[in-house]
Write a protein that binds this ligand. Structure first.
Ligand code: ADP
Length: 503
Protein backbone atom coordinates (compact mmCIF):
# COMPACT_ATOMS: atom_id res chain seq x y z
CA UNK A 1 0.00 0.00 0.00
CA UNK A 2 2.97 2.32 0.57
CA UNK A 3 3.15 3.63 -2.98
CA UNK A 4 -0.63 4.06 -3.25
CA UNK A 5 -1.24 7.77 -3.11
CA UNK A 6 -4.43 8.37 -5.07
CA UNK A 7 -8.07 7.40 -5.38
CA UNK A 8 -10.08 7.85 -8.57
CA UNK A 9 -13.82 8.44 -8.83
CA UNK A 10 -15.87 7.86 -11.96
CA UNK A 11 -18.93 10.11 -11.71
CA UNK A 12 -21.40 9.05 -14.39
CA UNK A 13 -23.95 11.90 -14.40
CA UNK A 14 -27.04 12.78 -16.42
CA UNK A 15 -25.35 15.21 -18.79
CA UNK A 16 -21.68 14.27 -18.49
CA UNK A 17 -19.30 11.52 -17.44
CA UNK A 18 -16.61 12.80 -15.11
CA UNK A 19 -13.47 11.37 -13.58
CA UNK A 20 -11.69 12.90 -10.60
CA UNK A 21 -8.29 12.00 -9.15
CA UNK A 22 -8.03 12.62 -5.38
CA UNK A 23 -5.17 12.40 -2.93
CA UNK A 24 -5.80 10.16 0.06
CA UNK A 25 -6.50 13.35 2.05
CA UNK A 26 -9.40 14.09 -0.30
CA UNK A 27 -7.81 16.92 -2.31
CA UNK A 28 -8.55 17.13 -6.03
CA UNK A 29 -5.52 16.55 -8.24
CA UNK A 30 -7.33 16.60 -11.60
CA UNK A 31 -10.84 16.36 -12.99
CA UNK A 32 -12.13 15.83 -16.52
CA UNK A 33 -15.75 15.91 -17.73
CA UNK A 34 -17.05 14.65 -21.06
CA UNK A 35 -20.56 15.67 -22.08
CA UNK A 36 -22.78 13.38 -24.13
CA UNK A 37 -25.99 13.94 -26.13
CA UNK A 38 -29.48 13.64 -24.67
CA UNK A 39 -32.16 11.99 -26.80
CA UNK A 40 -35.82 13.03 -26.64
CA UNK A 41 -37.66 10.64 -29.00
CA UNK A 42 -41.11 11.89 -27.86
CA UNK A 43 -42.28 14.71 -25.56
CA UNK A 44 -41.48 13.66 -21.98
CA UNK A 45 -39.20 10.78 -23.04
CA UNK A 46 -35.45 10.91 -22.29
CA UNK A 47 -32.80 8.42 -23.43
CA UNK A 48 -29.02 8.01 -23.45
CA UNK A 49 -27.01 5.97 -25.92
CA UNK A 50 -25.12 3.43 -23.76
CA UNK A 51 -22.15 3.56 -26.17
CA UNK A 52 -21.82 7.30 -25.41
CA UNK A 53 -21.91 6.63 -21.68
CA UNK A 54 -19.14 4.06 -21.98
CA UNK A 55 -16.89 6.00 -24.34
CA UNK A 56 -17.19 9.33 -22.45
CA UNK A 57 -16.53 7.59 -19.14
CA UNK A 58 -13.39 5.90 -20.49
CA UNK A 59 -12.16 9.14 -22.07
CA UNK A 60 -12.76 11.03 -18.82
CA UNK A 61 -10.88 8.37 -16.83
CA UNK A 62 -7.87 8.38 -19.13
CA UNK A 63 -7.98 12.19 -19.43
CA UNK A 64 -8.03 12.76 -15.67
CA UNK A 65 -5.15 10.37 -15.00
CA UNK A 66 -3.15 12.00 -17.81
CA UNK A 67 -3.92 15.50 -16.52
CA UNK A 68 -2.95 14.51 -12.97
CA UNK A 69 0.43 13.34 -14.33
CA UNK A 70 0.45 10.34 -12.03
CA UNK A 71 1.55 6.76 -12.52
CA UNK A 72 -1.53 4.48 -12.57
CA UNK A 73 0.45 2.19 -10.23
CA UNK A 74 -0.11 4.82 -7.54
CA UNK A 75 -3.91 4.50 -7.69
CA UNK A 76 -5.17 2.56 -4.67
CA UNK A 77 -8.71 2.04 -5.94
CA UNK A 78 -11.43 3.27 -8.27
CA UNK A 79 -14.96 4.11 -7.13
CA UNK A 80 -18.03 4.46 -9.36
CA UNK A 81 -20.93 6.83 -8.63
CA UNK A 82 -23.81 7.39 -10.99
CA UNK A 83 -27.04 9.03 -12.03
CA UNK A 84 -29.60 6.85 -10.31
CA UNK A 85 -32.52 4.83 -11.71
CA UNK A 86 -31.52 5.13 -15.40
CA UNK A 87 -32.18 1.71 -16.87
CA UNK A 88 -29.95 -0.38 -19.16
CA UNK A 89 -30.66 -3.83 -20.66
CA UNK A 90 -27.92 -5.78 -22.41
CA UNK A 91 -27.19 -9.21 -23.87
CA UNK A 92 -25.30 -11.33 -21.35
CA UNK A 93 -23.34 -13.07 -24.11
CA UNK A 94 -22.24 -10.13 -26.28
CA UNK A 95 -22.69 -7.12 -23.96
CA UNK A 96 -24.68 -5.38 -26.69
CA UNK A 97 -27.40 -3.10 -25.35
CA UNK A 98 -30.92 -3.99 -26.42
CA UNK A 99 -32.23 -0.43 -26.33
CA UNK A 100 -31.08 3.06 -25.39
CA UNK A 101 -30.92 3.59 -21.64
CA UNK A 102 -34.17 5.02 -20.28
CA UNK A 103 -33.23 8.03 -18.16
CA UNK A 104 -34.64 8.71 -14.68
CA UNK A 105 -36.40 11.85 -15.98
CA UNK A 106 -38.34 9.89 -18.61
CA UNK A 107 -42.13 9.84 -18.06
CA UNK A 108 -43.06 7.11 -20.60
CA UNK A 109 -44.00 4.60 -17.92
CA UNK A 110 -46.44 6.88 -16.05
CA UNK A 111 -49.40 4.72 -17.23
CA UNK A 112 -47.79 1.59 -15.69
CA UNK A 113 -47.51 3.45 -12.38
CA UNK A 114 -51.09 4.73 -12.59
CA UNK A 115 -52.24 1.14 -13.05
CA UNK A 116 -50.24 0.00 -10.01
CA UNK A 117 -51.88 2.73 -7.94
CA UNK A 118 -55.36 1.81 -9.25
CA UNK A 119 -54.62 -1.80 -8.29
CA UNK A 120 -53.99 -0.63 -4.73
CA UNK A 121 -50.26 -1.44 -4.72
CA UNK A 122 -48.96 1.94 -3.48
CA UNK A 123 -48.95 1.00 0.23
CA UNK A 124 -47.16 -2.28 -0.41
CA UNK A 125 -44.48 -0.61 -2.51
CA UNK A 126 -43.95 2.12 0.06
CA UNK A 127 -43.78 -0.34 2.96
CA UNK A 128 -41.26 -2.61 1.23
CA UNK A 129 -39.07 -0.15 -0.68
CA UNK A 130 -39.50 3.19 1.14
CA UNK A 131 -40.41 4.77 -2.22
CA UNK A 132 -43.53 6.47 -3.54
CA UNK A 133 -44.55 4.61 -6.74
CA UNK A 134 -43.31 6.71 -9.64
CA UNK A 135 -42.10 6.40 -13.22
CA UNK A 136 -38.81 7.86 -11.97
CA UNK A 137 -37.65 4.52 -10.51
CA UNK A 138 -36.27 1.64 -12.62
CA UNK A 139 -39.00 -0.97 -12.03
CA UNK A 140 -41.59 0.32 -14.50
CA UNK A 141 -38.85 1.13 -17.03
CA UNK A 142 -37.70 -2.51 -17.01
CA UNK A 143 -41.27 -3.71 -17.46
CA UNK A 144 -41.76 -1.32 -20.38
CA UNK A 145 -38.58 -2.60 -22.09
CA UNK A 146 -39.48 -6.28 -21.59
CA UNK A 147 -43.03 -5.66 -22.87
CA UNK A 148 -42.08 -3.46 -25.81
CA UNK A 149 -39.12 -5.51 -27.03
CA UNK A 150 -40.89 -8.80 -26.29
CA UNK A 151 -37.96 -10.06 -24.23
CA UNK A 152 -39.55 -12.07 -21.41
CA UNK A 153 -38.60 -15.51 -22.74
CA UNK A 154 -34.99 -14.52 -23.26
CA UNK A 155 -35.00 -12.83 -19.86
CA UNK A 156 -36.25 -16.04 -18.19
CA UNK A 157 -33.50 -18.03 -19.90
CA UNK A 158 -30.91 -15.73 -18.31
CA UNK A 159 -29.77 -14.27 -21.62
CA UNK A 160 -30.34 -10.65 -20.58
CA UNK A 161 -28.87 -8.37 -17.90
CA UNK A 162 -30.53 -5.35 -16.32
CA UNK A 163 -28.46 -2.72 -14.57
CA UNK A 164 -28.29 0.94 -13.61
CA UNK A 165 -25.26 2.97 -14.78
CA UNK A 166 -23.01 1.64 -11.99
CA UNK A 167 -23.83 -1.92 -12.97
CA UNK A 168 -23.45 -1.23 -16.70
CA UNK A 169 -20.03 0.35 -16.15
CA UNK A 170 -18.85 -2.40 -13.79
CA UNK A 171 -19.84 -5.03 -16.39
CA UNK A 172 -17.84 -3.26 -19.09
CA UNK A 173 -14.85 -1.90 -17.15
CA UNK A 174 -14.12 -4.70 -14.71
CA UNK A 175 -12.34 -7.93 -15.68
CA UNK A 176 -14.64 -10.91 -16.10
CA UNK A 177 -17.84 -8.90 -16.58
CA UNK A 178 -19.31 -9.05 -13.05
CA UNK A 179 -23.09 -8.48 -13.05
CA UNK A 180 -23.41 -6.45 -9.85
CA UNK A 181 -24.99 -3.35 -8.36
CA UNK A 182 -24.72 -1.88 -4.88
CA UNK A 183 -27.48 -1.67 -2.32
CA UNK A 184 -28.05 2.11 -2.77
CA UNK A 185 -28.67 1.67 -6.48
CA UNK A 186 -30.75 -1.49 -5.98
CA UNK A 187 -32.85 0.52 -3.54
CA UNK A 188 -33.94 2.89 -6.33
CA UNK A 189 -35.45 0.22 -8.58
CA UNK A 190 -38.73 -0.17 -6.63
CA UNK A 191 -37.91 -3.92 -6.63
CA UNK A 192 -35.56 -4.11 -3.65
CA UNK A 193 -36.87 -4.90 -0.19
CA UNK A 194 -35.13 -2.65 2.33
CA UNK A 195 -36.12 -4.92 5.24
CA UNK A 196 -34.71 -8.17 3.86
CA UNK A 197 -32.02 -6.48 1.72
CA UNK A 198 -33.03 -8.72 -1.18
CA UNK A 199 -34.87 -8.45 -4.48
CA UNK A 200 -38.55 -8.80 -3.59
CA UNK A 201 -40.33 -11.74 -5.24
CA UNK A 202 -43.78 -10.19 -4.80
CA UNK A 203 -42.80 -6.89 -6.46
CA UNK A 204 -41.03 -8.79 -9.25
CA UNK A 205 -44.15 -10.80 -9.93
CA UNK A 206 -46.41 -7.71 -9.87
CA UNK A 207 -44.27 -6.14 -12.61
CA UNK A 208 -43.61 -9.52 -14.30
CA UNK A 209 -39.84 -9.11 -14.17
CA UNK A 210 -37.86 -12.39 -14.25
CA UNK A 211 -35.40 -12.68 -11.36
CA UNK A 212 -32.69 -13.90 -13.78
CA UNK A 213 -32.04 -10.44 -15.24
CA UNK A 214 -31.14 -8.80 -11.92
CA UNK A 215 -27.58 -8.14 -10.77
CA UNK A 216 -26.10 -9.47 -7.53
CA UNK A 217 -26.36 -6.80 -4.83
CA UNK A 218 -23.06 -5.92 -3.16
CA UNK A 219 -22.11 -3.54 -0.35
CA UNK A 220 -21.50 0.11 -1.19
CA UNK A 221 -17.80 -0.24 -0.30
CA UNK A 222 -16.65 -3.59 -1.66
CA UNK A 223 -14.11 -4.71 -4.25
CA UNK A 224 -16.16 -5.96 -7.21
CA UNK A 225 -13.12 -6.87 -9.33
CA UNK A 226 -10.10 -5.37 -11.09
CA UNK A 227 -10.23 -2.54 -13.62
CA UNK A 228 -9.44 -3.93 -17.09
CA UNK A 229 -5.70 -3.61 -17.68
CA UNK A 230 -6.09 -2.12 -21.16
CA UNK A 231 -7.80 0.99 -19.71
CA UNK A 232 -4.87 2.45 -17.78
CA UNK A 233 -2.18 -0.20 -18.30
CA UNK A 234 -2.65 -1.36 -14.73
CA UNK A 235 -5.00 -3.65 -12.82
CA UNK A 236 -6.68 -1.56 -10.08
CA UNK A 237 -9.42 -2.63 -7.66
CA UNK A 238 -12.85 -1.21 -8.42
CA UNK A 239 -13.98 -0.86 -4.84
CA UNK A 240 -17.22 1.12 -4.61
CA UNK A 241 -20.50 1.45 -6.46
CA UNK A 242 -22.84 4.12 -5.10
CA UNK A 243 -25.76 6.29 -6.26
CA UNK A 244 -24.79 9.96 -6.67
CA UNK A 245 -26.85 11.46 -3.83
CA UNK A 246 -25.68 8.76 -1.44
CA UNK A 247 -22.07 9.42 -2.46
CA UNK A 248 -22.58 13.14 -1.74
CA UNK A 249 -23.99 12.32 1.71
CA UNK A 250 -20.85 10.26 2.36
CA UNK A 251 -18.55 12.90 0.85
CA UNK A 252 -20.13 15.42 3.24
CA UNK A 253 -19.17 13.12 6.14
CA UNK A 254 -22.80 12.80 7.28
CA UNK A 255 -22.04 9.74 9.40
CA UNK A 256 -24.27 10.39 12.41
CA UNK A 257 -28.07 10.27 12.55
CA UNK A 258 -29.41 13.77 11.91
CA UNK A 259 -26.46 14.84 9.74
CA UNK A 260 -27.95 16.37 6.60
CA UNK A 261 -26.75 17.72 3.27
CA UNK A 262 -28.44 19.63 0.47
CA UNK A 263 -27.14 19.68 -3.10
CA UNK A 264 -28.20 22.82 -4.99
CA UNK A 265 -28.19 21.82 -8.65
CA UNK A 266 -30.90 22.03 -11.31
CA UNK A 267 -33.08 20.50 -8.60
CA UNK A 268 -32.09 20.25 -4.95
CA UNK A 269 -31.56 16.93 -3.20
CA UNK A 270 -31.63 16.85 0.56
CA UNK A 271 -30.61 13.64 2.33
CA UNK A 272 -30.39 13.06 6.05
CA UNK A 273 -28.69 10.19 7.82
CA UNK A 274 -31.55 8.38 9.59
CA UNK A 275 -29.51 5.75 11.45
CA UNK A 276 -29.68 1.98 11.24
CA UNK A 277 -33.42 1.53 11.64
CA UNK A 278 -35.75 1.55 8.61
CA UNK A 279 -38.57 4.05 9.13
CA UNK A 280 -41.20 5.49 6.84
CA UNK A 281 -41.61 9.25 6.69
CA UNK A 282 -44.80 10.82 8.00
CA UNK A 283 -44.19 13.87 5.81
CA UNK A 284 -43.99 12.39 2.32
CA UNK A 285 -40.20 12.03 2.20
CA UNK A 286 -38.63 8.94 0.67
CA UNK A 287 -36.87 6.39 2.86
CA UNK A 288 -33.73 5.15 1.17
CA UNK A 289 -30.43 3.59 2.06
CA UNK A 290 -27.57 5.93 2.83
CA UNK A 291 -25.07 3.11 2.21
CA UNK A 292 -24.50 -0.52 3.16
CA UNK A 293 -21.17 -1.46 4.74
CA UNK A 294 -20.24 -5.02 5.77
CA UNK A 295 -23.82 -6.07 5.13
CA UNK A 296 -25.17 -3.45 7.54
CA UNK A 297 -27.46 -0.78 6.07
CA UNK A 298 -27.58 2.83 7.21
CA UNK A 299 -30.81 4.55 6.16
CA UNK A 300 -31.58 8.09 5.02
CA UNK A 301 -34.57 10.31 4.43
CA UNK A 302 -34.61 11.99 1.04
CA UNK A 303 -36.53 14.94 -0.30
CA UNK A 304 -36.12 16.91 -3.48
CA UNK A 305 -36.95 20.36 -4.78
CA UNK A 306 -37.88 20.02 -8.46
CA UNK A 307 -37.08 23.64 -9.34
CA UNK A 308 -33.85 24.68 -7.62
CA UNK A 309 -31.22 26.19 -9.90
CA UNK A 310 -33.76 25.61 -12.68
CA UNK A 311 -35.73 28.61 -11.33
CA UNK A 312 -32.61 30.70 -11.96
CA UNK A 313 -32.27 29.25 -15.47
CA UNK A 314 -35.89 30.29 -16.03
CA UNK A 315 -35.05 33.88 -15.00
CA UNK A 316 -32.19 33.80 -17.48
CA UNK A 317 -33.62 31.89 -20.46
CA UNK A 318 -37.35 32.62 -20.43
CA UNK A 319 -37.73 35.89 -18.51
CA UNK A 320 -34.40 37.42 -19.62
CA UNK A 321 -34.09 39.16 -16.25
CA UNK A 322 -30.45 38.09 -15.85
CA UNK A 323 -27.80 37.10 -18.35
CA UNK A 324 -26.07 34.47 -16.20
CA UNK A 325 -26.88 32.44 -13.08
CA UNK A 326 -24.10 34.29 -11.24
CA UNK A 327 -25.76 37.63 -11.96
CA UNK A 328 -28.72 36.60 -9.79
CA UNK A 329 -26.67 37.43 -6.70
CA UNK A 330 -25.76 41.10 -7.34
CA UNK A 331 -29.21 41.80 -8.81
CA UNK A 332 -30.96 40.28 -5.75
CA UNK A 333 -28.58 42.13 -3.43
CA UNK A 334 -29.48 45.47 -5.02
CA UNK A 335 -32.74 45.46 -3.00
CA UNK A 336 -32.98 44.82 0.75
CA UNK A 337 -35.83 42.30 0.34
CA UNK A 338 -38.46 41.20 -2.18
CA UNK A 339 -40.88 43.89 -1.05
CA UNK A 340 -43.45 41.23 -0.14
CA UNK A 341 -43.18 39.29 -3.42
CA UNK A 342 -43.10 35.48 -3.36
CA UNK A 343 -42.44 33.18 -6.29
CA UNK A 344 -43.67 29.59 -5.92
CA UNK A 345 -41.81 27.94 -8.84
CA UNK A 346 -44.12 24.94 -9.03
CA UNK A 347 -43.64 24.68 -12.81
CA UNK A 348 -44.01 20.89 -12.70
CA UNK A 349 -45.99 20.61 -9.47
CA UNK A 350 -44.82 20.48 -5.87
CA UNK A 351 -42.99 17.53 -4.28
CA UNK A 352 -42.46 16.73 -0.59
CA UNK A 353 -43.97 17.74 1.74
CA UNK A 354 -46.90 18.99 -0.43
CA UNK A 355 -47.12 16.40 -3.23
CA UNK A 356 -49.45 18.29 -5.51
CA UNK A 357 -48.71 17.58 -9.17
CA UNK A 358 -51.29 20.09 -10.42
CA UNK A 359 -49.79 23.19 -8.80
CA UNK A 360 -48.20 25.62 -11.23
CA UNK A 361 -45.80 28.55 -10.90
CA UNK A 362 -47.30 31.45 -8.99
CA UNK A 363 -46.05 34.98 -8.33
CA UNK A 364 -47.84 36.85 -5.54
CA UNK A 365 -47.57 40.07 -3.54
CA UNK A 366 -46.64 42.45 -6.35
CA UNK A 367 -47.21 46.20 -6.10
CA UNK A 368 -46.71 49.04 -8.58
CA UNK A 369 -43.17 49.34 -7.17
CA UNK A 370 -42.19 45.73 -7.84
CA UNK A 371 -39.22 45.53 -10.19
CA UNK A 372 -36.80 43.11 -11.76
CA UNK A 373 -34.57 42.85 -8.69
CA UNK A 374 -37.50 41.90 -6.45
CA UNK A 375 -38.52 39.08 -8.76
CA UNK A 376 -34.95 37.81 -9.12
CA UNK A 377 -34.62 37.88 -5.35
CA UNK A 378 -37.95 36.07 -4.92
CA UNK A 379 -36.75 33.31 -7.27
CA UNK A 380 -33.52 32.86 -5.32
CA UNK A 381 -35.34 32.90 -2.01
CA UNK A 382 -37.82 30.30 -3.29
CA UNK A 383 -34.95 27.78 -3.42
CA UNK A 384 -34.28 28.41 0.26
CA UNK A 385 -37.98 28.26 1.25
CA UNK A 386 -38.47 24.94 -0.51
CA UNK A 387 -35.30 23.52 1.05
CA UNK A 388 -36.45 24.77 4.45
CA UNK A 389 -39.73 22.89 4.01
CA UNK A 390 -37.75 19.66 3.47
CA UNK A 391 -35.50 20.43 6.42
CA UNK A 392 -38.53 20.84 8.68
CA UNK A 393 -40.12 17.64 7.36
CA UNK A 394 -36.92 15.78 8.25
CA UNK A 395 -36.92 17.33 11.72
CA UNK A 396 -40.51 16.11 12.22
CA UNK A 397 -39.62 12.60 11.06
CA UNK A 398 -36.53 12.42 13.26
CA UNK A 399 -38.01 14.16 16.28
CA UNK A 400 -35.16 16.68 16.39
CA UNK A 401 -33.86 19.50 14.25
CA UNK A 402 -30.37 19.04 12.77
CA UNK A 403 -27.64 21.29 14.14
CA UNK A 404 -26.40 22.44 10.72
CA UNK A 405 -26.93 22.01 6.98
CA UNK A 406 -24.00 20.94 4.78
CA UNK A 407 -24.26 22.24 1.23
CA UNK A 408 -22.79 21.67 -2.23
CA UNK A 409 -23.81 21.91 -5.90
CA UNK A 410 -23.64 24.78 -8.42
CA UNK A 411 -26.05 27.20 -6.72
CA UNK A 412 -24.33 26.79 -3.32
CA UNK A 413 -21.81 29.29 -4.74
CA UNK A 414 -24.45 31.99 -4.19
CA UNK A 415 -23.65 33.66 -0.84
CA UNK A 416 -26.92 35.55 -0.63
CA UNK A 417 -28.85 32.32 -1.07
CA UNK A 418 -26.73 30.50 1.54
CA UNK A 419 -27.12 33.34 4.07
CA UNK A 420 -30.88 33.46 3.51
CA UNK A 421 -30.99 29.66 3.92
CA UNK A 422 -29.21 29.91 7.29
CA UNK A 423 -31.54 32.74 8.35
CA UNK A 424 -34.70 30.81 7.44
CA UNK A 425 -33.64 27.53 9.05
CA UNK A 426 -32.01 29.22 12.02
CA UNK A 427 -29.04 26.85 11.89
CA UNK A 428 -25.58 27.37 10.35
CA UNK A 429 -25.07 26.48 6.69
CA UNK A 430 -21.67 24.86 6.10
CA UNK A 431 -19.95 24.82 2.73
CA UNK A 432 -16.94 22.48 2.56
CA UNK A 433 -13.61 23.06 0.83
CA UNK A 434 -14.21 20.28 -1.71
CA UNK A 435 -17.53 20.89 -3.47
CA UNK A 436 -17.17 17.73 -5.61
CA UNK A 437 -18.76 15.77 -2.79
CA UNK A 438 -20.29 13.12 -5.06
CA UNK A 439 -16.96 12.11 -6.58
CA UNK A 440 -15.26 12.48 -3.21
CA UNK A 441 -17.78 10.15 -1.56
CA UNK A 442 -17.24 7.45 -4.18
CA UNK A 443 -13.45 7.77 -3.86
CA UNK A 444 -13.54 7.61 -0.05
CA UNK A 445 -15.83 4.57 -0.10
CA UNK A 446 -13.39 2.85 -2.47
CA UNK A 447 -10.54 3.78 -0.11
CA UNK A 448 -12.51 2.33 2.79
CA UNK A 449 -13.01 -0.94 0.92
CA UNK A 450 -9.30 -1.45 0.21
CA UNK A 451 -8.20 -0.53 3.73
CA UNK A 452 -6.72 2.93 3.08
CA UNK A 453 -8.96 4.14 5.89
CA UNK A 454 -9.24 1.80 8.86
CA UNK A 455 -12.69 3.09 9.89
CA UNK A 456 -15.56 5.13 8.50
CA UNK A 457 -14.58 8.16 10.59
CA UNK A 458 -11.07 8.12 9.08
CA UNK A 459 -12.53 8.97 5.69
CA UNK A 460 -13.72 12.32 7.07
CA UNK A 461 -10.23 13.77 7.24
CA UNK A 462 -10.79 15.34 3.82
CA UNK A 463 -13.95 17.15 4.92
CA UNK A 464 -13.39 20.73 6.13
CA UNK A 465 -15.84 23.58 6.39
CA UNK A 466 -14.59 26.37 4.13
CA UNK A 467 -17.45 28.86 4.59
CA UNK A 468 -19.95 28.93 7.39
CA UNK A 469 -23.11 31.06 7.17
CA UNK A 470 -24.50 31.88 10.62
CA UNK A 471 -28.18 32.72 11.11
CA UNK A 472 -28.58 36.44 11.70
CA UNK A 473 -32.24 37.11 11.15
CA UNK A 474 -34.44 38.39 13.90
CA UNK A 475 -37.09 35.91 15.03
CA UNK A 476 -40.11 38.11 14.19
CA UNK A 477 -38.87 38.73 10.69
CA UNK A 478 -38.24 35.01 10.13
CA UNK A 479 -41.74 34.17 11.32
CA UNK A 480 -43.29 36.81 9.09
CA UNK A 481 -41.38 35.61 6.01
CA UNK A 482 -42.18 31.94 6.64
CA UNK A 483 -45.84 32.74 7.11
CA UNK A 484 -45.82 34.70 3.84
CA UNK A 485 -44.30 31.69 2.04
CA UNK A 486 -46.86 29.32 3.54
CA UNK A 487 -49.65 31.58 2.31
CA UNK A 488 -48.10 31.85 -1.15
CA UNK A 489 -47.93 28.04 -1.43
CA UNK A 490 -51.50 27.75 -0.17
CA UNK A 491 -52.52 30.28 -2.84
CA UNK A 492 -50.76 28.31 -5.57
CA UNK A 493 -52.43 25.06 -4.48
CA UNK A 494 -55.84 26.75 -4.19
CA UNK A 495 -55.60 28.10 -7.74
CA UNK A 496 -54.60 24.68 -9.10
CA UNK A 497 -57.47 22.96 -7.26
CA UNK A 498 -59.98 25.52 -8.56
CA UNK A 499 -58.67 25.04 -12.09
CA UNK A 500 -58.92 21.28 -11.80
CA UNK A 501 -62.48 21.46 -10.53
CA UNK A 502 -63.56 23.77 -13.33
CA UNK A 503 -62.10 21.46 -16.05
P1 ADP B 1 -26.56 19.93 -12.16
O1 ADP B 1 -25.56 18.98 -11.58
O2 ADP B 1 -27.98 19.68 -11.78
O3 ADP B 1 -26.39 20.18 -13.64
P2 ADP B 1 -24.96 22.07 -10.98
O4 ADP B 1 -24.55 21.59 -9.63
O5 ADP B 1 -23.95 22.14 -12.07
O6 ADP B 1 -26.29 21.33 -11.45
O7 ADP B 1 -25.60 23.54 -10.78
C1 ADP B 1 -26.16 24.23 -11.86
C2 ADP B 1 -27.42 24.96 -11.41
O8 ADP B 1 -27.10 25.92 -10.42
C3 ADP B 1 -28.10 25.69 -12.54
O9 ADP B 1 -29.48 25.44 -12.48
C4 ADP B 1 -27.82 27.16 -12.28
O10 ADP B 1 -28.92 27.97 -12.63
C5 ADP B 1 -27.57 27.21 -10.79
N1 ADP B 1 -26.52 28.16 -10.42
C6 ADP B 1 -25.21 28.11 -10.74
N2 ADP B 1 -24.54 29.16 -10.20
C7 ADP B 1 -25.46 29.89 -9.51
C8 ADP B 1 -25.40 31.08 -8.73
N3 ADP B 1 -24.26 31.74 -8.53
N4 ADP B 1 -26.55 31.52 -8.19
C9 ADP B 1 -27.71 30.84 -8.36
N5 ADP B 1 -27.82 29.72 -9.07
C10 ADP B 1 -26.71 29.24 -9.65
Amino acid sequence: MMNKRYLVALDQGTTSSRAVVFTLEGHIVAAVAQEFPQHYPHPGWVEHDPADILSTQIEALRGAVRKAEIDPKEIAAVGITNQRETTFLWDRETGACLHNAIVWQCRRTAPIIEQLIRDGRAGLIREKTGLVPDAYFSGSKIKWLLDTLNLRDRARKGEICFGTADSFLAWHLVEGHPHVTDATNAGRTMLFNLHTQEWDEELLSILDIPRQILPAVVDTAQVVGMLREDLLGERIPVASLVGDQHAALFGQACFSPGDVKNTYGTGCFMLMNAGDEFRLSKCGLLSTMAWRLNGKPTYAFEGSVFMGGAAIQWLRDEMHLISSAQESEPVAASVPDTGGVYLVPAFTGLGAPYWNMYTRGTLVGMTRGTGRAHIVRAALESIAYQSNDLFNAMALDCGAKSAALRVDGGASANKLLMQFQADLMNVPVQRPAVLETTALGAALLAGLAVGIYPTLKDTARGWHVMDSFQPQMDENRRKALLSGWKNAVAGAIYWADMQKNSD
